[in-house]
Write a new protein. Structure first.
Length: 210
């Protein structure tokens, strides 16, 4: 698999993760409903900064793994595939519906930014995702780890800002869509679950051929 194909697959998985309704999405919409688009975008930027932190964490983990314990890479890739299968199964079996998203407590733009960052950084699922996904897509054969991590980080920022920023600018319509059309969120979750299965299969293949 070429680097371009590898990056394309990562982009598909990333889009699937971000588009599934979750804590970050609800936080953005709630702030936009209470404080308008400026506070909603501040929340998005805080989440973006948290995404940068997770990218740095992932790059450090893969770099350290490659340098200190390359013999563990196959085992970690297989464990990552198992984790992604579990996430995929959870998404396919679940029925993701969204209760009425209320307005967030009144806070300043700076507070929305700070809380968005802290909420993102403290999200344990984000660390599990990074530990599972980054070893699959960052490979020494594709060049320096930090360059690959930089590209993945930029893709994360663009995708987060595009999806969450759009929701912040159209918060009322976004809330109505999520709460008024539960079949849409269910379909999104199940489709993303299938994506996880596909990436898990790719990860197993990578582990066995690396």
């Amino acid at each position: 698999m070429t680097y371009a194909q590898n990056l394309w697959l990562f982009s598909v998985l990333l889009f699937g993760i971000i588009i599934v309704p979750g804590m970050d999405m609800f936080f953005v919409i709630a702030n936009a409903l209470s404080g308008g688009w400026s506070r909603g975008l501040a929340a998005v930027l805080g989440i973006n900064l948290g995404g940068i932190w997770h990218t740095l964490f992932g790059a450090f983990f893969v770099g350290a793994l490659t340098a200190l314990a390359p013999q563990l890479i196959t085992a970690i890739l297989l464990a990552s595939a198992a984790y992604m299968c579990w996430v995929g199964y959870s998404l396919v079996k679940s029925s993701i519906t969204v209760d009425e998203i209320g307005a967030a407590p009144k806070r300043s733009v700076a507070s929305a930014f700070t809380q968005g960052f802290v909420t993102c950084v403290l999200n344990p699922k984000a660390y599990l995702f990074v530990l599972a996904v980054y070893p699959t897509f960052i490979r020494p054969s594709f060049g320096p780890v930090w360059i690959q991590a930089l590209v993945m980080g930029v893709l994360t920022l663009i995708t987060q800002f595009g999806i969450y920023g759009g929701l912040a600018l159209a918060a009322a319509k976004s809330r109505a869509m999520l709460t008024g059309h539960p079949h849409v969120t269910i379909a999104i979750g199940r489709a993303c679950g299938l994506v996880f299965f596909a990436v898990a299969a790719f990860t197993v293949w990578h582990a066995l051929t690396a």
